[in-house]
Design a protein around this ligand. Sequence first.
Ligand code: FES
Ligand code: FES
Length: 183
Amino acid sequence: MTKLTVNNQAVQYRMDPQTPLLWALRDASNLIGTKYGCGTGDCGACTVDVDGRAVLSCMVTIGSLEGAFITTIEGLSRDRSHPVQQAWAAESVPQCGFCQPGMIMAAAVLLKANANPTTDDINAAITNLCRCGTYPRVHKAVRLAADVMAGRQRIAAAPPPGISPDDAARAVPALAIDKTEEE
Ligand code: FES
Ligand code: FES
C-alpha cells in the first residue's frame, strides 16, 4: 500500500507499487484531468506537481513517491481562481484542450519558483507538446499570471462553465497609479 497526499487529501493506494502515478490518479482517484498522451515521457500531458516539482506522472511509480504531496489540475484551486487558470481563460489559451492541464501545471510550478520568468525561462520550464500550437498564448498567459501574482494586473472573476472566456473574463489594464501618492 502506498500512502500519498493528493490535492490535500490523504490517500492509500492498494495497487502494485510499480503502477505509474498517472494511472493511480486517473483509475483509482478518478482525477481524469491529468491526461495520458504518450506514456513515454515526451508530451507533458500528464504533468502534475509533486512536492513543488513538475513531474511527468506517466514516468514515476507510486511506490517511489511514498509520502509525497501531489497536486493535480483539480487541486490547483477549487473554483478556478488560481492566477494561472484565470490567465489561461483570459487569454483563451486552449484549443482542443487535451494538453492544457499539463501545460497549466507546468506553468503553476514555474511561477512558484520564478515570479518573473523570461521567455527562455518559460521555454525551459514548459516543454509540453501541443498539437494545436497554442504556444504563443501559453507564453502570454504565463506573463499575465505573473503580473496578476505580483499585483500589476487584475483579472475579472473566472467564467462559469459554458460561458465564453472572452465574455466573462477579461484582463484589465495595469492598476492605475495615483500620481499624487508618488509625489
Ligand atoms: S503521457 Fe506522460 S509525458 Fe506524455
Ligand atoms: S490545445 Fe490541443 S493539443 Fe494543446
